[in-house]
Ligand binder design. Sequence first.
Ligand code: AMP
Ligand code: GLY
Length: 436
Amino acid sequence: MIISPVFLDAYRVLLLGSGAREHAMAQAMASSPRCQRLWVHPGNAGTEAWALDQPLDWRDTSQLADFVVRNGIQLLVVGPEEPLVKGLVDHCRQHPLLQNLLIVGPDAHGAMLEGSKDFSKAFMQRHGIPTARARTFHAAQRVEAEAYVQQHAMPVVLKADGLAAGKGVLICNTPQEALDGLSQFWTEQKFGEAGAKVLVEEFLDGIECSVFALCDGKDYVLLPTAKDYKRVGEGDTGLNTGGMGAVSPPPFATHELMERIEERIVRPTLHGLRSEGIDYRGFLFVGIMKVGEDPKVIEYNVRMGDPETEAVLPRIKNDFLEVLIAAASGRLRGLELLVDPRFAVTTVVCSGGYPGDLQLGYPMAGLTERDCAEDERLFHAGTKREGSVCVNRGGRVVAATVLDRDLKEAARRSLALAKEIRFEGAFCRTDLGQDL
Ligand code: AMP
Ligand code: GLY
């Protein structure tokens, strides 16, 4: 493909994913003067302006590589973890026609930080990174595992080693619950292959936050920090979800805490990756538990958080596409992030039944007819266009973000914005930020 010289400095970009995270990233990239053309796949009703005009199985790496070659794509941004864990980046790196493709996202080895909790725990232990104590057991070691959990301090945490779409963590309050938990992994096989190995982990009592480093293989920039609300019910009750909302920054993420996190966790992690020969270019999402004044790692993810992205990106004032190009090409050094000092609160509007059996396919009102003000954003997640209407097609449907100098006001206005989105069964949490 021949690209016009006028566009030599402008980029053709493919973004993979279909959540509100990707809608937020797409908006941020599309607003850059360096964005010549953007494709978002599989996308949602909010990203349809950037949809592909042909079918493409995004899980098929050969089809994807062909698409990238045929369309002269120069930058590939991978939203979710699954393609990274499955080796999409390695496939592209080995492809003779994709040697110049810039990629935001680590290779399969780096992605093991998220893809295997056993790998990430051992990595942290090797590099002296503070985390909960844990031991890993295989299904074949069941008798030993049962004896171990029964003498463990309560609560105890059981974690599937592999990817379990955020559902593979059980917090057990009694030895009996822990034994029942092991049965869920090994008798009922609820998490399939991902639960063949189980980590039995010390419970960390504290407050959680999500820290994001964008890495270029050598250097990194910290993006704004956020707090995610994971439980479905008011007051952090009920089942775990992908995330019901987010606040950025959480006021407890002070300068001192962030310095401690960089010094004890972020820098040793990147140093560890390099020392193990991993050229990590992409987002590193560190789930932190602040225990007293000490930050400890709960988990690594190799992508941005959702819904955290919907609160974090609206606060970044840089040209986001330029920031991503710098990361993918190893040129982050010296880059300074300009961050809006206002609070961002994101409220997620969910389908009835979420996170259980979903009530889907209802026409939605309040979404397309609304022009957002400078300090408001509406991001689509599980939405689909059907003729002239949008219907809900996933658990998390829309993310409503508001920026405001006052945290309580940002939360109040984010909830009001979320409530403008109406469809049968829609609900959201109404208490975000009230604990801060
Ligand atoms: P993960 O899938 O590792 O993010 O775990 C899901 C959620 O379980 C986390 O966001 C925490 O709220 C909780 N969790 C995981 N590990 C621990 C732990 N060791 N102590 C306390 N809570 C935990
Ligand atoms: N909101 C947590 C996550 O994206 O994993």
